[in-house]
Write a protein that binds this ligand. Sequence first.
Ligand code: UDP
Ligand code: MG
Length: 320
Amino acid sequence: MDISVVIPLFNEEESLPELFSWIKRVMDENRFTYEVYFVNDGSTDHSWQVIEQLQTENPDVVHGIKFRRNYGKSPALFCGFARVQGDVVITMDADLQDSPDEIPELYRMITEDGYDLVSGYKMNRSKGDPLSKTIPTKLFNATARKVSGIHNLHDFNCGLKAYRREVVKNIEVYGEMHRYIPYLAKNAGFSKIGEKRVHHQKRKFGKSKFMGWNRFVNGYLDLLSLWFLDSFGLKPMHVFGFVGTLMFIIGFLAVIAVGATKLYYISNGIAHPLVTNSPYFYIALTTMILGTQLFVAGFLGELISRNAPERNNYHIEKEI
Ligand code: UDP
Ligand code: MG
């Protein structure tokens, strides 16, 4: 099979029929063999009925996964990725903001140019989205570029992306990590990451599910975690042990300072204050306690990373 399309969706009933017939048209015109996975992320509207209808009409092509509740876009992608069979996997949003007309070129970039992953780069974003989304997005992308070291991407979080199948089978998209899929791919060893400018339209039906500033706070925290996992995920003791040792050294030097001054005062017969009056005493106390704590945290980290629990465990109500 040439292409698998994975579409995560949450309350997008109005868009689905138009989106599917558009995808079908593009696939047929280009003679691609394909499948489409609609992952219904706990929609409360009639999205699932629409998917069932599409599946009845196109039983060989359409698949549906129905979550029992809303888990988020990343879990939806994860479950789609687990099932796809196409050589090239395309993800797109369900809201008709991403254009299926981009699929043939994305497919070509993976199969002929040899990219592992090609991310869309939304052109004319300012026309399609409000400033409150585009300005924080610029900031977000600049930081993501810096931290991930993927300098050629302008738009990490574009819903429209294409992957070589091995990529999606070897990354674990969880939590809200869909924003950093290129970084996940890079960490998994897929380094040929490209970009294609894509058309982007205003949302036709319904409203955005990602609004407000808290998505940026969460976004940055996720980026920090990824950086941490990338650098120390398999060796937590290296970071905790390092900082712990540093703390211990500082504490040790402070103890020497406290002890030495005390001795100096005593041996020279100078009237001396209590050690607790010295700032070094408190520095020694805090840093040595902190150092011990960090070591314990490091050991705990090692223990946990060796017995990592199953993170991607979602309740699926139905599959068609
Ligand atoms: N989505 C989802 N689960 C969620 C939120 C969103 O599957 O909890 C889907 C949504 O239906 C859409 C895609 O993720 O297909 C992108 O969401 P949206 O268009 O609201 O984001 P925006 O384009 O505004 O960034
Ligand atoms: Mg959208």
